[in-house]
Design a protein around this ligand. Structure first.
Ligand code: AMP
Ligand code: GLY
Length: 421
């Protein structure tokens, strides 16, 4: 089979590496891909949102199955466009991807179907939002309705900060059209858990749970990033909580999407907060998480391509989705200065051991050498029988990845380790 993977980050590198384990796979093409995966996939350089070119390429190269990994092409209807040409895909159509594409949609869905989430109000008019904030409980959370490169959420500690966020989004247009409507919601507390789940629209098969580390600095300090490391499984997510989430969140969400005529097929990502009042949904994503994928797929014992195809064909109920009884830790190396401005173009070197454990997010080939081309550059994953050992190994192996100014957090997994003790 010839496969096409849309996307070009660490998540896509991970997906490609695990798709290749299926012996029927011949060539994997990536749109755009990146230099760090060039010996595992044919990188086309076609942009992930250039849907016309992606479709033309897929037709020309007789692609048998496509995996659309990032949020924007999914929301823009990449799956619909490929399906129209008879190419089956992993991922939801645009009609279902709206669960991530519009926070107003997802909040209203949860309210209508009684799925636990933070209390909220929707505003289409800035004056109304500002008036509401005069008396709203503080801290509060201001969210742009649409996709905003993961930056559309402001946790406001003061009334003034909340108002400024509303003004920036609704008047300043810092997120463009995405901020023309805002959600203002209740501030929740508790440990966060990421649960990625395969679904064919009929059954849900959750993957092993995970924990992201979003801040740039140790002990969760400093600016938000795309994620500086992950561990799996998440120790806060007990069997009892998993069962509760299946009954109060996962199945109700799949059923709600069906009832709305928006059947979801692919990977549905539940961003959960385990509040004192039970698990609540913080956000839905219509795709695999990054860097959650880098710890979840290495623990998958079943065949990834077979499962993906089952979500497309509606045969997930009879398809095995099995995870190893082990622990994984992924440590991200970022460019100095990230998530603010940083320099690119530094050569990346890896020991053979590091290369085998590393997924490249921000690398490109230049004169035959791999050089840095992004903020988050690599993610190195280790698996072990205990979390403690997985962390130790991930740090040891990531020592073998070198480039000028490489920065990593030193405490990935420490909070989870404390929770286990
Ligand atoms: P998102 O961009 O939707 O992933 O949100 C970014 C982060 O904001 C989440 O991972 C949470 O840590 C935090 N967050 C979002 N909504 C809330 C909320 N209602 N209460 C507390 N924290 C929140
Ligand atoms: N790691 C969070 C996300 O993929 O949205």
């Amino acid at each position: 089979m010839n496969l096409l993977v849309v996307g070009g980050g660490g998540r896509e590198h991970t997906i490609i590496r695990y798709l290749k384990k299926n012996p029927t796979v011949e060539t994997i093409f990536a749109c755009p891909g990146n230099g760090g995966m060039a010996d595992e996939a044919v990188c086309t350089g076609i942009g992930a949102t250039d849907i016309e070119k992606i479709v033309a390429f897929a037709v020309e190269n007789k692609i048998d199955y496509a995996v659309v990994a990032p949020d924007d092409p999914l929301v823009l209807g990449c799956v619909d466009a490929l399906n129209e040409k008879g190419i089956p895909c992993f991922g939801p159509n645009a009609n279902a991807a709206i669960i991530e594409g519009s926070k107003v949609f997802s909040k209203n869905l949860m309210k209508k179907y009684g799925i636990p989430t933070a209390e909220y109000e929707v505003f289409e008019n800035m004056e109304d939002a500002l008036r509401y904030l005069e008396t709203a409980p503080i801290p509060t959370v201001v969210k742009a309705d649409g996709l905003a490169l993961g930056k559309g959420v402001i946790i406001a500690q003061t009334r003034q900060e909340a108002k400024q966020a509303v003004i920036d989004m609704m008047e300043g247009g810092i997120f463009g059209k995405s901020g023309s409507r805002v959600v203002i919601e209740e501030f929740l507390t508790g440990p966060e858990v990421s649960v990625l789940a395969f679904t064919d629209g009929k059954v849900v098969k959750p993957m092993v749970s995970s924990m992201d580390h979003k801040r740039i600095g140790d002990n969760d300090t400093g600016l938000n990033t795309g994620g500086m490391g992950t561990i799996a499984p998440n120790p806060y997510y007990t069997t009892a909580i998993a069962e509760e989430c299946m009954n109060t969140i996962f199945l109700p969400t799949i059923n709600a999407m069906n009832a709305e005529g928006r059947t979801f097929q692919g990977c549905l990502y539940f961003g959960l907060m385990l509040t004192p009042k039970g698990p609540k949904v913080i956000e839905y994503n219509c795709r695999f998480g990054d860097p959650e994928t880098q710890v979840v797929l290495p623990l998958l014992e079943s065949d990834l391509l077979t499962i993906m195809q089952a979500t497309t064909n509606g045969t997930l109920a009879e398809t095995e989705v099995k995870f190893a009884n082990a622990h994984a830790c992924c440590v991200i190396l970022a460019s100095a200065g990230y998530p603010q401005s940083y320099k690119k173009g530094f050569e990346i070197t890896m020991t053979a051991e590091a290369k085998a454990h590393t997924f490249v997010a921000g690398g490109k080939l230049q004169d035959g050498k791999l050089v840095t081309s992004g903020g988050r550059v690599t993610g190195t994953t280790a698996i072990a029988a205990s979390l403690e050992e997985a962390i130790r190994e991930a740090y040891r192996i990531s020592d073998g990845v070198r480039f000028e100014g490489a920065y990593r957090r030193s405490d990935i997994g420490q909070r989870a380790l404390q929770a286990l003790k």
